[in-house]
Ligand binder design. Structure first.
Ligand code: 5GP
Ligand code: ZN
Length: 115
């Protein structure tokens, strides 16, 4: 756990969230400032700052994350119309919380390219 990391605090239950999905290694919860009708964040409980800090031993949890995204999207009713998964990385990517997370966005049509 990294001090002053808000997502580590969520993973440690120091900040309560309504979990949408949880297992030993992952937790998913609604974004506090939703950008779409469905906006879920999924994080590894282990502190990984971004895609750039993924180590070989993290490969399993990253695969689990993709499987969880599928399950969450299906349960949220997003499978028919589709959805978007985003991992913002560092400044140019617009990353504001430096603990790796996937945004799952759905419930409306997304535009491309993103702003
Ligand atoms: P980023 O900009 O780093 O890709 O995304 C960070 C996301 O975390 C933002 O969409 C922001 O609304 C969300 N967020 C920041 N702090 C909290 C929090 O304390 N609780 C929840 N549920 N979401 C948060
Ligand atoms: Zn963290």
């Amino acid at each position: 756990m990294q001090q002053d990391c808000i997502f580590c605090k969520i993973a440690a239950k120091e900040i309560p969230v309504q979990p949408i999905y949880e297992d030993e290694q992952l937790i998913a919860f609604p974004d506090i400032n939703p950008a779409a009708p469905v906006h879920v964040l999924i994080i590894p409980k282990k502190h990984i700052a971004s895609i750039l800090e993924i180590e070989p031993e993290d490969q399993f949890v990253m695969g689990q994350m993709l499987s969880a995204i599928k399950r969450i999207a299906e349960q949220a009713g997003l499978a028919d119309e589709g959805f978007r998964v985003v991992m913002n990385t560092k400044e140019n990517g617009g990353q504001t919380v430096h603990h790796l997370h996937c945004h799952i966005l759905g419930g409306r049509a997304m535009t491309w390219p993103p702003g």
